[in-house]
Every structure is written in C-alpha cells, then in structure tokens.
Design a protein around this ligand. Sequence first.
Ligand SMILES: Cc1ncc(COP(=O)(O)O)c(C=O)c1O
Length: 435
Amino acid sequence: MKNSAIWHPYTQMSEWENFPNIIKGDGFWLVDSNGKKYLDGVASMWCNVWGHSKKEIISTINRQSKKIIHSSLFNLTNNQAEVLAKKLVSISPGMSRVFYSDNGSTAMEIAFKIAIQYWQNTGNKNKYLFATLQNGYHGDTFGTMSVGFVPGFFSKFKKNLYKSIQIPFENSYRIKNTDKYYTLTLEKIESTLRKNKIIAAFVMESGAQIAGGVNIYRDGFQSQISKICKENNVLLILDEIATGFGRLGSLVEYTTQKSRPDIVAYGKMLTAGYLPMAATLMSKKIYDSFLGKYQDMKHLYHGHTFTGNTMACAVANQNLDLYQKTGLISKIKKTSEHLGKRLEEFSNFEIVGDIRHKGMLAAIELVSNKSKKTPISFAKSTNKTVFEEAKKHGIYLRTLGNIVMLVPPVAMPEKEIDFLVDGTIKTVKNLSKQL
Ligand SMILES: Cc1ncc(COP(=O)(O)O)c(C=O)c1O
C-alpha cells in the first residue's frame, strides 16, 4: 500500500493496494475515512462484545484515565486488578488465582510455564512435555506454535519448535463415522497419557477448535478428556481465549463442557475488545506449589511490563458487570437460535460444503466440489476475494482459508444479525459467479 509503513498481520501485502481506513466506531458498525459503514462481522478479531461505542465502557475509560492509566504489579497492587481477579475466580469453578498478561498467546505461554514448574516444584522433574489435539491453536509465539500447531500457518517454523505430542484430530466435516472417530480419539489420548509419564499437561481449546478450522466438539468429549487427565496424573490446560465469555453461548465454556481444568486462559472479550488484556487462572493446588522460602526458588519467573494494567482491569471489571446487569448470556442463547435458523439458508448453495454453528460463532465452509469437499480457491486469496465482495454489501468479513467466519460481537441484536446474514448470502451468491 502506498504511503503506509504498516505490515498487516497474516496478509500477502502485494495483494492490497489500500486498506479501508477506519476512523470511528458507531455501535456495531465501523466507519471508514470515506464515510462508508461496515457491520463488524468478525467482532474486530473475535473480541468485541457490545459494539464500538458502548457508553458505560467509554465512561469507565474516562473516569479511570483521570486517576491512573498504568501502574505495575511488580511490588505494587491496584484496586482494579484486585477486584477483577476476585471476579474472575468467582466465575471460574476450581480456580483460585489470576496471573495477568496482555494477549492470548502470552496467557498460554504463562500456562505452559506454570505447568512445567508445578511438576518441578512438587519433585517431578521429568514431567515437561505437552500433549494436545492436532489443529489446535494457541497463538503465534514459539511456545504456542509448538503446542497449537496449525500446519498451514506454521510449517515454515517447524524446525525451531519444541516437541509436543499431537493426537490426530480431524475436523468433523472430514470424518466419516463420527461416533467411531471420537471413541478412537479418546482411546488414543488415554493410551498416550498412560504410557508417557513425561507428559506435564494436556492442552486444548475449550469447546471448539477455531483457528485450526472451526471444529466444534461433540458433547462429552472435553469432559472425557478432563477425566482421563485426572486418572493419569496429567494437568489439563484449557484455552478459553476465543471460546469463553459467550462466544459459544456460555460465560465459562468449561462449565458447560463439564470439565475441570487445572489452568485456564482468558483473553479477547475479557475487556469487551476495547483494550489488550489476558489472564491465566490456576487452581489452589497449582498456586500453592509455588510457595516456599525465597531460597527454594519455587516462585514464578515471569512478568510483563503491562501485567495487571490498571486501565485494562477497570474496563474488564465494567465489562463483567455489564454481562451480569444486562443478562447477556441469556440474550445470546436467543440470538444464537435465530442465527442458527438463518444459517440454514446457506445449505442451498452449491459452493457451501458445510455449516457449523454454536453460540455466536458460525463457519460456512466453501468448496469447489461438494462430494470431494475440495476447498474453494480463487485467483486472489480467498480472504481478499470474500472481503472485497462482502464490503460491497456493507459487512466486514475475514475468512479462515476457505471458511467464511461469522463471529459478530456477542451482544449484536437480531436486526444486525439479519443484516450480516443477508450480506453474507449476497456475498456467497456472487462468489459462485466468480468461479
Ligand atoms: C484459541 C486461541 N488461543 C490463543 C489465541 C492468541 O491470542 P492473541 O492473538 O491475543 O495472542 C487466539 C487468537 O485468536 C485463539 O483463538
């Protein structure tokens, strides 16, 4: 792009002459420098909750900015961080403490370090490996790429990654006998954890894998894994960064999944998508293992400049209060049903191979051959092609490979959901003509 010094994420820059320049948010809409409005169909990378101009959040920012914006948790504390930690613990069964960070990848790195050190602190120096499901995603740093390895994203870095055990796990769309497949996967997990005593923790996204292809787990799968972990003395680390806070319909997805993590990570919607912040929570058993005399060196060597940032904590506090005050989770249940009904309209399209939906997440998988399930491709990247088409219909979409993702702000009402679905239908219709 001319006159820009920016390198955009996950983007072939040579494909883009310019990017819409967003100058303001207006409710669920983004407004560019030409005055064009786009309905935010991806919640600004899956994190926006209330739209972009929620007055209560903005007042919190104004109020807090007059007191202090950032104070560190190194030797100090602050009320906002204290209150938030209590709130997070209170909504997260089995969790007892909170370690703050400023993005999801880092929250997962912290979870990994805590798990490894927990075993050392309790005298098990040989438990250090992570086991996980193939196609999980936990972020873009080296540690998270080592565990959440999405081949399409990360194969170029493979030689630099540390070893983890990846249990084969295909997308439900691409397996033949789901019952049998899930039974075999659980058996494989059980035998892997039983045989490999060096496994420190099993790591998985809670409720669904998203970035690795939108694979929504069958009921009972996560709870079975939770049970297998307990039986085999392996910690369970759950990643709720993209799936918690109502994205899949529950405030805390692992409660719905009837599973019990030892460590869980939150991010994205924690601050309603207004400020960067993430949190890693752990059980009392894990936390207590880090206590001892200073000379024991059992404490955690980890911290970031913005750990516990006061402004981000204030916003997260306000956000959680709003969830409660507005009854957002029950509202989401209704909106999600409406979204589910509207999604049925996509099944008539020849290029739609599969539709997957839970809560406020929908994936429409585009294929060039329905029976062979061949991912669709265009002259330009699918993302760019879909983005340009969607833009004509007033919506902002970002695909995941050949998957059109509808990940609206979770508080989006039915009227805007209808606009989003109508725009996506027009988009898919016109894409069919481009083949
Ligand atoms: C499940 C999951 N974990 C971790 C991350 C990483 O979060 P961040 O992009 O804030 O580093 C993401 C981001 O999309 C995610 O979807």
